[in-house]
Design a binder for this molecule. Structure first.
Ligand code: NAP
Length: 312
């Protein structure tokens, strides 16, 4: 039984597979060329891909009829063709929960960075421009009293809400279904024109693709902040650039569309856009937890048990 893991993973959880006699092949490179992915999946029973790997029908067919499980090293599964997996009887699993605290922390880090112009301040100091204290230097926004609108109240959204309460923010949210939570549930349109900060925490699906289109981005409050630590495809990037030039105070983005952004992308030229390279879950604890979950899910399917985190 051979399993292909598309990147080296933190921790030693893959040893559990080896102990069970599974042959584990780990791709040692920083990136994985498509042709190599197609070659390496041939004949595997299981695959542990990351968000960087597009797992479509072609990959599944190259793997062949022995492929039983795709245990994604992520909670989002928009890089996997779920219909193609379903049609072939391949199980798909993800890693919910273990990365929620880490991603919520990064969301708050981006919010503070935008509101308090932290990156501008660091660049200013590094450039040797810090020659004096001045009452008007780098004035920003304080969080206390602002309204945070959470779009997608799941594992990460809930943790962002808890953290924001600690900063004295008022929380409102929208989701597919209202939750038994002490925050007002609003429809998306009302949330967008009510919130001072809008934070996206929903999955990218055909239904949510470009949910924040031009009209919705410009329906946000003038001077509002947009945070996206979910998926770049949830919004219209071109319209966001325009909104940042005229309408919004700033944006904190851990994910982009396209991703990665090309070096000369207009978003990089905007001082009010703080961009991190998709590091929401990048803590040792979260990344080891994701490895543990991917292995548990994969083993469950190979051993004929129901996986703990089934998607398909
Ligand atoms: P989750 O627990 O499944 O929560 C997602 C929430 O989105 C659910 O509560 C769901 O609502 C809501 N939702 C789904 N479709 C919706 C729609 N059409 N309109 C409004 N709400 C909708 O997932 P999570 O763990 O919080 O993760 C959320 C997303 O963050 C993931 O899908 C992933 O893409 C992204 N993510 C990014 C990073 C990063 O590194 N930046 C790390 C982890 C996750 P209901 O509960 O009402 O059905």
């Amino acid at each position: 039984m051979r399993v292909f893991v598309t990147r080296e993973l933190p921790g030693n959880h893959l040893d559990r597979l080896r102990e069970k006699g599974v042959q584990v092949e780990v791709w040692p490179g920083w990136t994985l060329p498509r042709e190599v992915l197609l070659e390496r999946v041939e004949g595997v029973v299981g695959l542990i891909p990351t968000v960087e790997d597009r797992i479509d029908a072609q990959v599944m067919d190259r793997a062949g009829p022995g492929l039983r499980v795709i245990a994604s090293y992520s909670v989002g599964v928009d890089h996997i063709d779920l219909e193609a997996a379903r049609a072939r009887g391949i199980r798909v699993t993800n890693t919910p929960g273990v990365l929620a605290a880490a991603t919520a922390d990064l969301t708050l880090a981006l919010l503070l960075a935008v509101a308090r112009r932290v990156v501008e301040g660091v660049e200013y100091a590094r450039a040797g421009l810090w020659t004096a204290w001045h009452p008007k230097l780098l004035l920003g926004l304080e969080l206390e009293g602002l309204t945070l609108g959470i779009v997608g109240m799941g594992e990460i959204g809930r943790r962002v809400a808890q953290r924001a309460e600690g900063f004295g923010m008022r929380v409102v949210y929208t989701s597919r279904t209202p939750k038994p939570l002490p925050y007002p549930f609003l429809d998306l349109e009302t949330l967008l024109f009510t919130a001072d900060v809008v934070s996206l925490h929903l999955p990218l699906t055909p239904e949510t693709h470009r949910l924040l289109d031009r009209r919705r981005l410009f329906s946000m409050k003038e001077g509002a902040i947009l945070l996206n630590t979910a998926r770049g495809g949830l919004l219209d990037t071109e319209a966001l650039v325009e909104a940042l030039q005229s309408h919004l105070l700033g944006a904190g983005l851990d994910v982009t569309d396209p991703e990665p952004l090309p070096k000369d992308h207009p978003l990089y030229a905007l001082k009010n856009a703080v961009i991190t390279p998709h590091i929401g879950s990048a803590t040792t604890r979260a990344r080891e937890g994701m490895a543990r979950k991917a292995v548990e899910n994969l083993l469950a399917v190979l051993e004929g048990r129901e996986p703990p985190d089934p998607v398909v």
